[in-house]
Write a protein that binds this ligand. Structure first.
Ligand code: TRP
Length: 329
């Protein structure tokens, strides 16, 4: 059986972008692959060093989101990163296989640094997080990493580290491949950037029906579509991107697009349809989530058991790495 590893930083609850970008793939593949889902609390501290309580709280939120979308802890293993210190040791060894210049070229890190306004004051831990991510991926000997498009540069860097390691020290690590979903980039509700946890443009899996309809009603559409009878633009209109991603009735979406383009279909009508579609999608997720949230001890048990199973795998890989590095006396 091949292995999947992927993860999320617990800095907030997960949203629709996570679902179409990666969660859907993970839930769908958990029975075909040995699946490890890493709640990357150590990585979360690389840009939230001043908010450890927030990270701790969100470990549980992310676990609830996983379980609510159908991750089955009887088949998939949910691992809390801080419970696997072997990952930190692997990171130290891999840091010797990467240059500062190469890290500086990682486009996702560059973009995040800009977003966060880090500039030259970037925390060193944040700057090197692609290396710790290589440790996460290789510790579990992952073959496949289901991720959103923004994480592709991490997989690329991981592959470089794996090749370098195997060439220098003998074949030890497994080269991973990324698996990107068919809707890789869901735009935010404001239609400008991709949906992000902390950008104020996300619809969360845990949003109540009320919050959901407020967010959809406030969504950006075609700014020139000021009256229902005017023709509207579908391209770049996030309301239609969400329908494409979540409405199972493709023919109905095609018909709505046709009417919108022709003129005569108002934004409010399309948004009402989207609220309906998202409510149908989110209702069972909400139900499962609130049932699980009432039993925090059960969630903690799932995390403890998953982390123990994950740690055993990472320990094995670390032993092989230490042997390859001649550190095994
Ligand atoms: N960087 C990912 C994020 O921003 C989280 C993550 C940590 C991850 N380790 C990983 C993703 C390993 C894939 C594989 O959410």
């Amino acid at each position: 059986m091949k292995t999947i590893l992927t993860g999320d930083r617990p800095t907030g609850p997960l949203h629709l972008g996570h679902y179409v970008g990666s969660l859907e793939n993970r839930a769908g593949l958990q029975r075909e692959y040995a699946t490890y889902l890493l709640i990357a609390d150590v990585q979360a501290l690389t840009d939230h060093a001043d908010e450890p309580e927030l990270v701790r709280r969100n470990v549980v939120e992310v676990a609830l989101d996983y379980l609510a979308v159908g991750i089955d802890p009887a088949v998939a293993t949910i691992v809390v990163q801080s419970g696997v210190p072997e990952l930190a040791e692997l990171t130290i060894y891999y840091l010797n296989l990467v240059t500062v210049a190469r890290l500086g070229r990682n486009p996702t890190v560059k973009e995040e640094m800009q977003q966060k306004g880090f500039g030259a004051d970037v925390p060193a831990g944040f700057f090197v997080y692609p290396v710790s991510q290589a440790a996460d991926i290789t510790a579990f000997k992952a073959d496949v990493v289901p991720v959103g498009e923004d994480q592709l540069p991490m997989i690329e860097q991981t592959v470089e580290i794996v090749r370098r390691f195997n060439r220098l020290y003998g074949s030890t690590l497994v080269e991973p491949t990324a698996l990107v979903s068919k809707h890789p980039r869901l735009p935010g509700t404001e239609g400008q950037s991709k949906m992000g946890k902390s950008l104020g443009n996300a619809i969360f899996l845990s949003d109540s029906p009320d919050v959901l309809s407020k967010k959809v009603m406030g969504m950006y559409t075609d700014p020139r579509h000021v009256r229902a009878d005017l023709p509207g633009t579908v391209k770049g209109n996030p309301v239609f991107s969400y329908l494409d991603a979540f409405d199972p009735d493709e023919a109905a979406v095609a018909e709505l697009k046709r009417r919108y383009r022709a003129g005569g279909l108002g934004d409010v009508a399309v948004k009402r349809r989207l609220i309906e579609v998202l409510d149908v999608f989110l209702a069972p997720i909400r139900t499962r989530r609130s049932a699980l949230a009432r039993d925090p001890a059960a969630v903690e048990r799932i995390l403890r058991e998953g982390t123990a199973r994950g740690r055993a795998v990472a320990r094995q890989t670390l032993a092989e790495v230490r042997r390859a590095l001649h550190l095994d006396r």
